[in-house]
Design a protein around this ligand. Structure first.
Ligand code: PRP
Ligand code: URA
Length: 212
């Protein structure tokens, strides 16, 4: 994985392979959904490698020992609706006890500005590690606003996971939230005139839910 400040870009061949399958316009809804969940799991496994541990006493069939378990108030997963929902299962397969919040955002088709329509977060959230998930970081508007909203609710230790990032969005996000660890499955070339990522994978929400 490449790391620069708080930006982490994955190099793992399994992630690259699965993202290439996502890009294919002939990949259908069912397979697309499964791939998004698998990629989220692979990314989450690495992104959670710094979760704090605490030794607890456990009795094995042989003897009693002190052994490490995840410490503290644990995790919250926060998908940005809709497309982020596709990644939640992947993270929950790693940490099934995590709480799940939701932030609803859609991009205005003309201005490409994010419009927030829903926010419900676990309360209190300040002691949790918060993993925000959204497959696409395009202009960065949705991600920046979602994280600002989480911070307003008291969120402090925040990680953002996206499957594909555009340079414009990554720059904007890191400038707005340099304290947030940003994990990117793959960096793409640029945005087009409609603010879609090139080569990208199209509209992630439509491909996950079979809409359009
Ligand atoms: C997509 C995607 C991100 C956003 C990224 O959602 O899931 O949330 O666009 O674009 P940005 O970086 O330019 O803000 P969309 O607005 O299409 O909503 P949807 O998930 O409901 O389809
Ligand atoms: N949202 C998407 O779903 N895809 C893009 O390429 C950009 C924003």
């Amino acid at each position: 994985m490449q790391q620069d400040n708080n930006i982490f870009i994955f190099e793992h061949p399994l992630i690259k392979h699965k993202i290439s399958m996502l890009r294919d316009k002939n990949t259908g809804t069912n397979e697309f959904r499964k791939l998004v969940e698998e990629i989220a799991m692979l990314m989450g496994y690495e992104a959670l490698s710094d979760l704090p541990l605490k030794d607890v006493e456990v009795e094995t069939p042989i003897e009693t020992c002190m052994t490490p378990m995840i410490a503290g108030r644990k995790l919250a997963v926060v998908p940005i609706l809709r497309a982020g929902l596709g990644m939640v299962g992947g993270i929950l397969s790693l940490v099934p006890t995590a709480k799940v919040g939701h932030i609803g955002m859609y991009r205005d088709e003309e201005t490409h500005e994010p419009q927030e329509y829903y926010c419900k977060l676990p309360n209190p959230i300040d002691e949790r590690t918060i993993v925000v998930v959204d497959p696409m970081l395009a202009t960065g508007g949705s991600a920046v606003d979602a994280v600002s909203q989480i911070k307003k609710h008291g969120g402090k230790k925040i990680k953002f996971l996206c499957i594909i990032g555009a340079p414009e969005g990554v720059e904007k996000f890191h400038a707005a939230h340099p304290d947030v660890q940003l994990y990117i499955g793959q960096m793409d070339r640029q945005l087009n005139e409609n603010a879609y990522i090139c080569p990208g994978l199209g509209d992630a929400g439509d491909r996950i839910f079979g809409t359009k």
